[in-house]
Design a protein around this ligand. Structure first.
Ligand code: NAD
Ligand code: UDP
Length: 311
C-alpha cells in the first residue's frame, strides 16, 4: 500500500514510518518540522519506498494513497502552548484536509487522538464511553479542544460521507526520539538526571500518569488501522499507573549521580490522575502492552545517553 503519515518526522511518526516500511509499504512522510527532526528519519531517506515532503497540514495536500495516518500536532504542553492558535488550526484544519483527501481517494484515515479528550477525569480509569471533563478556556484547551473537534470531524465525515475512519486515544507514550527539550515528563527527568541537574516535579508529585512504551503503542496503531470493522475511539496505553514522584525516584535510581528532586509550581488544569481502561483494545484488537516502565525506561535512557554524548 501507499501510506501517508502526517507528522511522520516526529517521535511517534518516525517509529510508524519505520514499522510500515519494514512491512513492505510505500511511505509518504509529511511534516513541517515544528517538533519533528530530520535525524528521526535520516536512516530512511535512502530507501526508495520512502518520500519526505515538507508541508504544513493547515494547507491542503493531495496524494494518491491507500491509507492516511494523521499524527501532525505538537504533543508536549510547552510546544502546543507556544502558539495555541496554531495548535487549534493544526488539529482542526489538519483533520479536515486529511478527511477531505480520504473522501476523494477512498483511503482509510486514522486519527491520533489523545487521553486529553478526558481532561481532568472524574471517572477512573477512563473508558472510551467517558465524555471527559475539559476546561474549554484553559491553557490546555488549544490541544484538548482541538483534538476533540478533530474527533467530531472524523465521526461527521464518517456519518455524512461514509469516510472509512479509525480513531485512537493515545495515553502518555515515551521512548527513543522524544526531543531532549520536549518538555514532557519522561524525557525531562531522564535528560536532567544524565546532566546531573535536579529533577523538576511540578506540584507535589502526587498526580499520576500511565506510561506506554512506543513499540507497544505502534503495534496497537497497526492493529486498529487494519481491523476490518472497528472504527474506535479505542484507548491505547499502558494501565500501569505511577505518581510523578515515583517516576522521578525510578529515574534517579537508574541513572544515579548528584541529581535531587526540586519542586516547581503545578501548571493550570494539569490532570490529577490518568489511567486507560483498555478492555476494548484487549477484546477487539487482542492488544495489550508488553513492555514494563522499568524496561522502557532503560531503552529510553540508553537513547538519551548516546544522543547527549554526541551533542
Ligand atoms: P511530536 O511533537 O514528536 O510529533 C508531532 C509531529 O507533527 C512533529 O513531527 C511535528 O513537526 C509535526 N507537526 C506539527 N504541526 C504540524 C503541522 N501544522 N503540519 C505538519 N506537521 C506538523 O509528538 P508525538 O508524541 O510524536 O505525537 C504524535 C501525535 O500523537 C500527535 O498528534 C499527538 O497529539 C498524538 N499523541 C501523542 C501522545 C504521546 O504521549 N506521545 C499522546 C497523545 C496523543
Ligand atoms: N511534569 C513534571 N515535571 C516535568 C514535566 C512534567 O512534574 O518536568 C508533570 C506534569 O505537570 C504532569 C505530568 O508530569 O502532571 C505529565 O506531564 P507531560 O507533559 O509529560 O504529559 P501530560 O500532562 O500532557 O499528560
Amino acid at each position: 500500500m501507499r501510506i501517508l503519515i502526517t507528522g511522520g518526522a516526529g517521535f511517534l511518526g518516525s517509529h510508524l514510518c519505520e514499522r510500515l516500511l519494514g512491512e513492505g509499504h510505500e511511505i509518504i512522510c509529511l511534516d513541517n518540522f515544528f517538533t519533528g527532526r530530520k535525524r528521526n528519519i535520516a536512516h530512511l531517506l535512502n530507501n526508495p519506498y520512502f518520500e519526505l515532503v515538507r508541508h504544513d497540514v493547515t494547507e491542503p495536500f493531495k496524494f494518491e494513497v491507500d491509507q492516511i495516518y494523521n499524527l501532525a500536532c505538537p504533543a508536549s504542553p510547552p510546544h502546543y502552548q507556544h502558539n495555541p492558535i496554531k495548535t487549534v488550526k493544526t488539529s482542526v484544519m489538519g483533520a479536515i484536509h486529511s478527511l477531505g483527501l480520504a473522501k476523494r481517494t477512498g483511503a482509510r484515515v486514522f486519527q491520533a487522538s489523545t487521553s486529553e479528550v478526558y481532561g481532568d477525569p472524574n471517572v477512573h480509569p477512563q473508558p472510551e464511553s467517558y465524555h471527559g471533563n475539559v476546561n474549554p478556556i484553559g491553557i490546555r484547551a488549544c490541544y484538548d479542544e482541538g483534538k476533540r473537534c478533530a474527533e467530531t470531524l472524523f465521526f461527521d465525515y464518517h456519518r455524512q460521507n461514509q469516510v472509512d475512519i479509525r480513531v485512537v486515544r493515545i495515553f502518555n507514550t515515551y521512548g527513543p526520539r522524544m526531543l531532549p527539550d520536549d518538555g514532557r515528563v519522561v524525557s525531562n527527568f531522564i535528560v536532567q538526571a544524565i546532566q546531573g541537574k535536579d529533577l523538576t516535579i511540578y506540584g507535589d508529585g502526587s498526580q499520576t500518569r500511565s506510561f506506554c512504551y512506543v513499540d507497544d503503542l505502534i503495534e496497537g496503531f497497526i492493529r486498529l488501522m487494519n481491523h476490518p470493522t472497528l472504527i474506535g475511539p479505542v484507548n491505547i496505553g499502558n494501565p500501569g499507573e505511577f505518581t510523578m514522584l515515583e517516576l522521578a525516584e525510578m529515574v534517579l535510581e537508574k541513572i544515579g549521580g548528584p541529581s535531587k528532586i526540586t519542586y516547581l509550581p503545578l501548571p493550570g488544569d494539569d490532570p490529577k490522575q490518568r489511567q486507560p481502561d483498555i478492555s476494548l483494545a484487549k477484546a477487539e484488537l487482542h492488544w495489550q502492552p508488553s513492555i514494563s516502565l522499568d524496561q522502557g525506561l532503560d531503552a529510553t535512557i540508553h537513547y538519551f545517553r548516546n544522543l547527549l554524548a554526541q551533542a
